[in-house]
Design a protein around this ligand. Structure first.
Ligand SMILES: Cc1cc2nc3c(=O)[nH]c(=O)nc-3n(C[C@H](O)[C@H](O)[C@H](O)COP(=O)(O)OP(=O)(O)OC[C@H]3O[C@@H](n4cnc5c(N)ncnc54)[C@H](O)[C@@H]3O)c2cc1C
Length: 390
């Protein structure tokens, strides 16, 4: 799918920023396990913290294709930066746009878009990962408002966030509510940072809610319908993660091509060996196929957001199409980064070279916002549904 002139322009902007301001520091940020405050200031100035937010709320109002191109470019430089940005724009702003009342949108979207507030999405718990309906964090009614109690696991952006979307049980198992929780509310605390395999500069923290008292209008969407809020949020979220994965795969390919041309063994550059050429060809064709899939599905997400019909199969099929894009792209990222490490040989295994980080980062894309196994469950369910003519 060809990029439009506008999409090429925003890609140029994102690429210049990512290669100039992010790439030179990635090794240091990974080692320090932290992204600098100044990075978020620059991302805010570029408008990258409110890419899908309408202009009326101070956002860039980008189309989905442009948004995905920016995420890919950020991830080509640093997947941790891309993850923070994708959470802000995807599940957080996405859920507010899809389910927020006008007052909720006015309160939060301008703050998110300007970067004044960073957002986080807290669904997972110790006993509720893939099975999101098993959430045990409780929301109980009190004096016209809500009181939340529980513990959330592995919240990306959690310590830096000013707003967290917390999913809590409002009734029977699986009956959830989605709550807009300002992080300066009494009873809200953040646990220590988790040490992760990859994406080490990204904040992954547990969040504790100890009798967090919220007003009635903190509820986003309807009582008991939190799972469908989560699913809508994850639809925008997962296509962003798919684009993040394409960026990781593209970076792996670029490093591998460069290294194969520079490194000589047996008196020839590695790129002259058929075995290496075959690896590069497989990496290049799979990355480009994943990118094409992500762009096509991104266009479908846009069409549904616009309220126009996309492929005539309804919003339900979109969830499966997005799952397919995430599944394919994350597995390509894993494949390409693994092959890049192999092409670098022993150097590929060393921290001093860039490709082992790509492999560590790629693994995350097969897990967060729904594992590859769950993506397959979603896709298989859709195949059965359409085969049954439902
Ligand atoms: C770096 C990172 C950042 C994260 N950020 C966030 C965040 O910001 N917010 C948030 O809410 N969560 C976040 N998570 C949590 C993430 O979404 C969960 O880890 C993920 O959904 C899987 O849940 P789990 O780890 O409990 O695995 P489990 O659900 O216990 O799954 C374990 C294994 O069993 C498989 N499995 C489970 N059920 C089935 C099934 N029905 N059929 C087939 N296989 C199945 C899984 O695919 C997996 O391989 C993050 C995780 C990581 C690693």
């Amino acid at each position: 799918m060809m990029l439009t002139a506008d999409q090429l322009e925003i890609r140029g902007l994102a690429r210049d920023f990512a290669q100039g301001e992010i790439a030179p520091h990635v090794e240091a940020w990974d080692a320090a396990a932290a992204l600098p405050d100044t990075l978020f200031g620059s991302l805010a100035e570029l408008g990258f913290l409110g890419m899908l937010v309408p202009e009326a709320y101070g956002g860039l109002a980008l189309d989905m294709g442009s948004y995905l191109v920016v995420i890919e470019e950020l991830a080509r430089a640093d997947a941790a930066t891309a993850l923070s940005v994708a959470i802000q724009n995807g599940p957080v702003a996405g859920a507010l746009l899809a389910h927020g009342s006008e007052a909720q949108k006015e309160r939060w979207l301008p703050a998110l878009a300007s970067g004044e507030v960073l957002g986080a999405f807290a669904l997972s718990e110790e006993g509720a990962g893939s099975d999101a309906g098993a959430v045990e964090t409780a929301a109980r009614r009190d004096d016209g408002g809500w009181i939340l109690t529980g513990r959330k696991k592995w919240v990306t952006n959690g310590a830096r966030a000013g707003l967290v979307l917390v999913f809590a049980r409002t009734g029977a198992p699986g009956e959830l509510g989605c709550f807009l929780v300002p992080t300066d509310t009494d009873g809200y605390t953040v646990g220590p940072r988790t040490t992760t395999m990859g994406l080490r500069a990204s904040e992954t923290v547990d969040v504790v809610l100890d009798d967090v008292r919220l007003p009635d209008d903190a509820l986003l969407g309807e009582v008991g319908r939190g799972l469908s809020v989560a699913l809508d949020a994850l639809t925008v979220g997962r296509i962003g993660i798919a684009s993040q994965a394409v960026g990781i795969g593209a970076a792996a390919l670029e490093h591998a091509v460069r290294y194969a041309r520079e490194r000589e063994q047996f008196g020839r550059s590695l790129s002259e060996f058929g075995a290496i050429q075959a690896k590069l060809a497989d990496m290049a064709s799979r990355v480009s196929a994943a990118r094409a899939t992500v762009r096509e599905v991104g266009a479908l997400v846009q069409a549904v957001r616009d309220g126009s019909s996309h492929d005539g199969r309804g919003a339900e099929s979109l969830v499966a199409r997005v799952a397919g894009a995430k599944l394919v792209a994350s597995e390509v990222a894993m494949f390409a980064s693994d092959e890049a490490v192999q092409i670098f040989g022993g150097y590929g295994y060393m921290r001093d070279y860039p490709v082992e980080k790509l492999m560590r980062d790629a693994k995350g894309t097969e897990i967060y916002e729904g594992t590859s196994e769950i993506m397959r469950v979603v896709i298989a369910r859709e195949i059965q549904r359409t085969a049954d003519g439902r």
